[in-house]
Design a protein around this ligand. Sequence first.
Ligand code: AMP
Length: 396
Amino acid sequence: MKTIDDFNFSDKKALIRVDFNVPLNEEFKVTDATRIEAAKPTIIKVLEDGGSAVLMSHLGRPKGQPNPDMSLKHIIDKVSEIIGVQVKFAEDCVGDVAEKAVADLKPGEVLLLENLRFHAEEEKGDEAFSEQLSKLGDIYVNDAFGTAHRAHASTTIVAKYFGDNKCFGYLLANEIEAIDKVLASGEKPVTAILGGSKVSSKITIIENILDKVDNLIIGGGMTYTFVKAQGGKIGDSICEDDKQDLALSILEKAKSKGVNIYLPVDVVAADDFSNTANTQVSAVDNIPDGWQGLDAGPKTLENFKKVILESKTILWNGPVGVFEMESFAKGTIAIGNFIDEATKNGAFSLVGGGDSVAAVKQFGFEDKVSYVSTGGGAMLESLEGKTLPGIAAILK
Ligand code: AMP
């Protein structure tokens, strides 16, 4: 794997695809700079080598049209503050304006290009547009995991114009390494904890990881499709009736592959989908009509705890309850605490994909797990076993 450490950027211009798609408030101020912070080590490495950095990113969904609300101008101050260098700006990401700005760039300087998605060609992966982008640097560095699953001009197509002069930035390399640790080279026992609302959105992940894990913990809304398929009474709990056969076949497959599956045995059931609903703990396969399971129960959490604490490698994707409501967040918080404990005991833990990161941030587990992925969709597709186009383009 070719990373940024394989290059010396002295007197070179690095064209770096970053993911600066950050949230802005009504005054166009950055409200969460995590993604900018995440790209910092890569940018600093280029500058410390004596090179200059040309940063390209998208922001929002301008749909191929310039839109002042989504200009990357809004983030110049924040990027300058984080990198510690006054960042220059080019009003367009291709053409004369961009090329002139790059030509004027001196070692130690940083140039931010205007939003890539102001050009429809970006998302189309247009060749001519990609070639224009490729004129803006000597070495192409991809450090945007969040868009690595898209075959866009700046994330994938542009790479082919750089021959061997292309590599992964630190962030993207770390993401690849973390996924590899969990799915390929992790110390056993390897445990995946999958939650979230629907079997249908997680099925490809489940099928892929059955070949790679020792234990699979299933929680959250997915539970009830499995329980009903096995003849349990789930009351009014969320269920995908058309996925019951699929659930049974997953259980069969797990058995034949020697993977231990752990499903909830008890749940916190509520008489309404509301934070103020009445609640009771009930057996997962005997939930009264009019009640729905919204969080993992105490016996379930004891079982899950035992498995998690015995694990050496842990993957967590998806909450085990409706964590957005305080009354049903306890299970998800408990899982976070068990993973924290296992990590302190030496396990490698990776959290990522979809909503998981939101839950982890909300409850302050960010610093307690080994790695929190920065890519929602990209992480989900990696867990599904797909080769991401942005990663493949560098490896080619
Ligand atoms: P996902 O995006 O598939 O990871 O699903 C995350 C969502 O699943 C969160 O918004 C949770 O509120 C929801 N969820 C978790 N457990 C349940 C449950 N028992 N019933 C309904 N929704 C749930």
